[in-house]
Design a protein around this ligand. Structure first.
Ligand code: URA
Length: 234
């Protein structure tokens, strides 16, 4: 792989920035300074460092973020901070949020650069469970649960039945398999209530790590990655 591509992949900057890094003599391969951005790097064998920092090449990365409110599920935005700005580590330049949470929704968001996995996880055909903790303005009634657990047909859209796995007066845990725009808020509204707080606590086999405070992230474990990939097309 070309040196500039390798460095960008390791999160060292944009293609333009890393080219400059190389030309300015900051990059070493197996201890030797390189000066050409098309220098060929063997990502399996070569030891690459930038100003003494040894880089670790991984084709795909997988992070669990506890998304805070106020950031958007995008890689770039003119008005708001993006979820990528929660990260203070180097990220490959091609990472993206797998799916979307509204700006005022918190919780589990997968950040990866594995396009094939993301495609499968988001495909409606795959029926991946998304579990939400939902706080509601008004008292939750059995009639409301009944509505949430049946198909909801609105003028603008229709939603498959959800599953309420727990509830008390003002909160419930709802599992849905679709991921439509404002889906939980709209389902709750259709059931005669309003969402006051929304947090995703499960995504497929992943559970939000309770150790992660809002805005914190961690890498997925090998076991979590294995579970996520189960059932993925090869
Ligand atoms: N449903 C919503 O209404 N908002 C989200 O962010 C996610 C699901």
């Amino acid at each position: 792989m070309r040196a500039d591509k390798y460095l960008a992949h390791c999160g060292m900057g944009t293609r333009k920035e890393v080219k400059k890094m190389i030309r300015d003599g900051h990059v070493f391969v197996n201890g030797e300074m390189i000066r050409k951005d098309d220098f060929k790097i063997d990502e399996e064998k070569d030891e690459v460092s930038v100003d003494g920092l040894l880089l670790h090449y991984e084709k795909s990365v997988y992070y669990m973020l506890n998304k805070p409110q106020g950031v958007v599920s995008a890689t770039m935005d003119d008005r708001y901070a993006t979820v990528l700005e929660c990260f203070d580590c180097f990220l490959p330049s091609d990472v993206f949020p797998v799916g979307r949470l509204d700006i005022d929704t918190e919780g589990l968001l997968l950040i990866s650069n594995d396009g094939a996995l993301a495609h499968d996880l988001l495909s409606p055909k795959k029926h991946v469970d998304k579990t939400y903790y939902v706080e509601c303005e008004n008292v939750i009634t059995p009639a409301m649960i009944e509505i949430l657990e049946n198909e909801i047909v609105l003028k603008e859209d229709r939603y498959q039945p959800g599953k309420v796995i727990a509830y008390e007066d003002h909160w419930l845990k709802l599992v849905i398999q679709e991921g439509k725009f404002h889906q939980v808020k709209r389902m709750v509204h259709a059931a005669g209530n309003e969402v006051t707080y929304l947090k995703r606590i499960g995504f497929g086999p992943l559970q939000l790590d309770e150790q992660l405070k809002c805005g914190e992230y961690r890498r997925l474990t090998d076991e979590e990655i294995k579970q996520l990939k189960k059932g993925q097309r090869i």
